[in-house]
Design a protein around this ligand. Structure first.
Ligand code: BGC
Length: 727
């Protein structure tokens, strides 16, 4: 049995040392390395004003100056998070037209976190870091970790979760993995940036407790546990000032409280000032200007002038330079021993297959149609445009020039060469162009539906691929509705009526209104924008070669108005501001506290086997605030096949003096159990992680008293509980 215990990363790293970890991330806190600091100071004190003045602004779309005299070549940046973005023109967003810039398409963030396997997150980081190095990048613009506040969020597919604990559990190992390859991870988009609507101007208002408990923990963990080298500040404002000139978020919290020593980099075009930005904590301004004019932008000549006339003190300027140099030294910039990376390797393709196949969620299997009994199946009708969609690029925002991408139809054909597989498109994409993005049409195409129904009724099994795609879910635009576009729900109803052996497979990065499909279909599977090997992975899950073990990293509401930001009518706000009225009750915290039944709860996902939970226990019955609770539970696989189960631990504070969510995820672990065997799952929870943020004292407080841990297979499938006392 292998078990990855989320809160003790040390254990994970013991297992992963063999995957080429150059520095031991657990032992070396780069941010406080005295030898390195001496070198940083020496270099910065040797720089002229002019040399320093070139370090802080993009002098191409994804470039900034190095320090030629000292042998530091230009600094190169590349977008993640789906893989290393194709090369763009130095001064334009158009592709540079290289023929050697294809890369591995990694499963998008939502898919990665649905695996609930944090070992995979580390390996994913190592592989993506290696691909970045193979393309000679210094900064990788990943991971993207914004909390999924609303199902409509256009970039939800890039982000990990609605839950801060799950979010941080993936961000930390992924950053360590990326940085193990001598490339700087850039966690984005800091912070409280949870919508695309008016993202460049919206002023976000949220209570202190809300930001501390929900929106900031992932960044804090990235800085304090993963030693992330770089943080990207987001487009929005927070409580007035833009984030990239927000003293509270950048100086006070990030660089002050958390002691961040790396670079704060603006999102592309998110800088709005010279003096305020420098004073309040921005170090590198990206995405402004163009050929011949970069030096005129905020952090070009105007910054040097501001230093010369005293508006920006020299100490601030020097500190910025120290940060830039510190990161360059940490990634071994231009050092002969620097890792050179590897791209499109069989190992990376195997990894994306592993992630994809562990992330697929079996939502419902009421008739036990899955896994497919191929011995009895002669013909399969594969229906739906999503069976042939490629997802590495499209819509607005970063994509990958994938070396290859297996679609679901190709995956099924690969795996079932001797079965008759026919394809009917079923629905077609149609959009009305609006600005950067297309607003999808909600009408179906009756002829395509008729063709699909005909094919389904003449086949043993129908598999209908529906969901979103890279146009429907896109950067720069939130969706306007949770409805499935292009008449997909009606298509499923018609096909399911024609053939009771209908399986619905969603390919999507976020929740949709699936009420009609839920009523029509007995079997529903959820896949994601799942990378180069997506099609092989989904085929293997349908065939039972892989026993599904993914679990939803978000709540699937029945309808939009049930979800917190919409129930409180606070998404996407008015013309100028959005106030997060639901406070800390984001995602399942809202559904559980307000007793609203979701379509599928957070953490839900079935298996082809059954797991029985028994004997939950803790190592002690009462703890002090500096202790760690060791919780164990026995998991028996009482089905016929090997499987993996994610055990989730939620906490409930009994008789709390403050408002609490009904339950909060505090830990989880994913274990493998052979058929007929039992294994013990162990989850460690530091008592200090039970704290709430107290707005009166502006500090974290662990309330003494009783806490009940709910141990479950999902947030609403609780299999046992145990109560402990905290002194
Ligand atoms: C996105 C970032 C991205 C940057 C550079 C921005 O529009 O918000 O996530 O890294 O562009 O492509």
């Amino acid at each position: 049995m292998k078990s990855n215990i989320v809160f003790t990363y040390g254990m994970i790293f013991v297992l992963l040392i063999s995957c080429s970890t150059p520095k031991e991330p657990e032992d070396t806190s780069w941010q406080f390395d005295p030898a390195l600091e001496t070198k940083v100071s020496e270099i910065v004190s040797s720089l002229s004003l002019e040399e320093k003045g070139k370090l802080f602004y993009g002098n191409g779309k994804f470039w900034s100056a190095g320090i030629e005299r000292l042998g530091f070549s230009e600094v190169q940046y590349a977008d993640g998070p789906l893989g290393i973005r194709e090369e763009l023109g130095r001064h334009s967003w158009s592709p540079a037209g290289w023929t050697t810039d294809s890369a591995t398409f990694f499963p998008a963030g939502g898919g990665l976190s649905a695996s609930w396997n944090t070992e995979l997150a580390y390996k994913y980081g190592v592989a993506m870091g290696a691909e970045a190095r193979a393309r000679n990048k210094d900064y990788l613009l990943a991971p993207a970790v914004n909390i999924q506040r609303s199902p409509l969020g256009g970039r939800n597919y890039e982000y990990f979760s609605e839950d801060p604990v799950l979010n941080a559990a993936f961000a930390v190992p992924m950053i360590k993995g990326i940085q193990s390859q001598d490339v700087a991870a850039t966690i984005k988009h800091y912070a409280i940036n949870n919508q695309e609507t008016r993202r460049g101007s919206i002023d976000v208002l949220a209570s202190e407790r809300t930001i501390r408990e929900i929106y900031l923990p992932v960044y804090k963990a990235a800085v304090m546990e993963a030693d992330v080298y770089s943080v990207m500040c987001s487009y929005n404002r927070f409580r007035g000032p833009y984030v990239c000139e927000n003293e509270f978020l950048l100086r006070d919290i990030l660089k002050g409280e958390w002691g961040f020593k790396g670079t704060v980099m603006s999102d592309w075009g998110a800088t709005h000032s010279t003096v305020e930005s420098a004073l309040y904590g921005l170090d590198i301004s990206m995405g402004d200007g163009g050929e011949g004019t970069y030096h005129e932008t905020y952090f070009g000549d105007p910054l040097v002038e501001a230093v010369q006339n005293g508006d920006v003190p020299m100490e601030v300027f020097d500190e910025m330079a120290e940060r830039v140099v510190r990161v360059l030294l940490n990634v071994n910039k231009d050092d002969p021993t620097r890792k050179t990376g590897a791209i499109n390797t069989p190992e990376h393709h195997k990894l994306v297959y592993d992630v994809a196949s562990e992330s697929i969620v079996l939502l419902k299997n009421d008739q036990d149609i899955l896994p497919l009994n191929t011995g009895q199946i002669k013909s399969i009708a594969v229906i739906g445009d999503n069976a042939t969609q490629t997802l590495a690029s499209g819509g607005f925002g970063a994509g990958v020039k994938a070396l290859y991408e297996i679609t679901p139809l190709e995956g099924l054909k690969n795996r079932l060469p001797n079965t008759e597989i026919n394809f009917a498109q079923g629905y077609e994409e149609e959009y009305e162009r609006r600005g950067f993005v297309g607003i999808p049409d909600y009408e179906g195409n009756p002829e395509l539906v008729a063709e699909a129904v005909e094919m389904a009724s003449n086949s043993d099994v129908a598999i209908v691929f529906v969901g979103g795609n890279r146009q429907v879910e896109s950067e720069a635009a939130d969706r306007t509705t949770m409805e499935l576009p292009f008449g997909q729900s009606e298509l499923v109803s018609a096909v399911a009526e024609a053939n009771p052996n209908t399986i619905v497979v969603f390919v999507a990065g976020t929740a949709f209104d699936i009420r009609e499909i839920e009523g029509a279909a007995s079997t529903i599977v959820w896949s994601w924008f799942n990378g180069s090997e997506a099609g092989n992975a989904i085929a293997d899950v349908l065939l039972g070669t892989v026993n599904p073990s993914g679990k939803l990293p978000f709540t699937m509401p029945k309808k939009l108005d049930d979800s917190p930001a919409h129930a409180t009518n606070s998404f996407p706000g008015n013309e100028t501001e959005v106030s997060y009225e639901e406070g800390i009750l984001v995602g399942y915290r809202w559904f559980d506290t307000k007793d609203v039944e979701p379509m599928y709860p957070f953490g839900h996902g079935l298996s082809y086997t059954n797991f029985e939970y028994s004997s939950p226990s803790t190592n002690k019955s009462s703890y002090s605030s500096s202790e760690t609770i060791e919780l164990t539970v026995s998991i028996e696989n009482n089905g016929d096949v090997y499987g993996k189960e994610t055990i989730q631990v939620y906490v409930q504070k009994n008789n709390s003096e403050v408002m609490r969510a009904e339950k909060d995820l505090k830990g989880f672990t994913k274990i493998e159990v052979s058929a007929g065997e039992s294994e013990t799952a162990t989850i460690s929870i530091d008592v200090e992680n039970l704290a709430y943020f107290d707005e009166d004292s502006m500090s974290w407080v662990v309330e003494p008293g009783e806490y009940t841990f709910l141990i479950g297979s999902s947030s609403r499938d609780i299999r046992g509980s145990i109560t402990v006392a905290i002194e």
